[in-house]
Design a protein around this ligand. Structure first.
Ligand SMILES: Cc1cc2nc3c(=O)[nH]c(=O)nc-3n(C[C@H](O)[C@H](O)[C@H](O)COP(=O)(O)O)c2cc1C
Length: 260
């Protein structure tokens, strides 16, 4: 039997209506779970950088949360002043959305990392060892490579200068070229280097070619071969986020707190 055009259009509309209701209900009901998973993912990256979880270790969300809260405190800071802001819940704060929102961010001056806006607030992580002594300060960083924005963290020693590690957990650089930012060997080259020179300026950089040992060449890390643009992006990212428009004010506050 042949159906009329009216029947076909109404049938198609009904199918579209049912599907859109299904999609809308799923999106709303899964939103909370997605946000929880995102938070767990960030916690696991911070744990790995803090040396409290090994890369590839499989833990449940609850185990990650428990391990995180045992040794790590997330704190929200106001980037312009460097003060802590206790009115914002660090576990729920979405720094990327804040940076994208004109009301919760400010324009950044031209910079090598090509950061266009900085959020008014950012999350920092304080890591303590079993005895409660301060072990690391972990800061979120992000900047443009060749193809993509690289998102990562840097771990600083309690003197807010020594580098304990770096990680980029999200990027779209070419595997084998810029994607070598994920290479454990390259990441290990950062350990024991220094972020700031004698004058207090951000000195750390990824050079073209090979750097010396951390003792002889504390401010330089080997370039990624065939990936000068990504390497430059990493340098720019650190110069920006450790500098005046990034965590500069917070780092001054942190040093003052610790009598450095
Ligand atoms: C397919 C393809 C992928 C590339 N991916 C990257 C990359 O991820 N990062 C990067 O800096 N350069 C990448 N390059 C190379 C850049 O175009 C540029 O030549 C390079 O950054 C220069 O680095 P070099 O002076 O170390 O050779 C890629 C080139 C090609 C053809």
């Amino acid at each position: 039997m042949q159906h009329s055009s009216r029947y076909i259009v109404l049938f198609a509309l009904a199918v579209c209506g049912v599907c859109s209701i299904f999609v809308a209900v799923s999106a709303v009901s899964l939103k909370e779970r997605q946000e929880r998973n995102k938070a767990i993912d960030v916690q696991s990256k911070v744990l790995v950088l803090a040396g409290l979880m090994s890369e590839g270790e499989r833990l449940s969300g609850e185990e990650i949360g428990a391990r995180f809260s045992q040794s790590i405190e997330s704190k929200v800071v106001r980037l312009a002043t460097g003060e802590y802001d206790e009115t914002i819940d660090a576990d729920r704060f979405d720094q990327r959305s804040a940076a994208a929102d004109l009301n919760t961010s400010r324009e950044a001056p031209p910079n090598l990392a090509k950061v266009r806006r900085t959020p008014h607030h950012a999350v920092v992580y304080h890591v303590r060892d079993e005895s409660g002594s301060f072990k690391s300060l972990i800061l979120p960083i992000q900047g443009q490579g060749l193809w993509s924005t690289l998102y990562g963290f840097i771990a600083l020693a309690p003197d807010a200068n020594g580098i304990q590690g770096i990680t980029f957990y999200e990027h779209g650089e070419t595997p084998g070229l810029g994607g070598e930012v994920d290479n454990p060997r390259w990441k290990s080259l950062w350990i024991g280097r220094k972020a700031f020179g004698e004058s207090g300026e951000v000195e750390i950089e990824v050079k073209k070619g090979t750097a010396g040992t951390p003792e002889d060449d504390p401010y330089r890390v080997d370039g990624l071969s065939g990936a000068t643009i990504t390497s430059r992006g990493v340098t720019g990212t650190l110069k920006f986020w450790l500098g005046e428009y990034g965590f500069g004010s917070y780092l001054n506050q942190f040093r003052a707190e610790r009598g450095i």
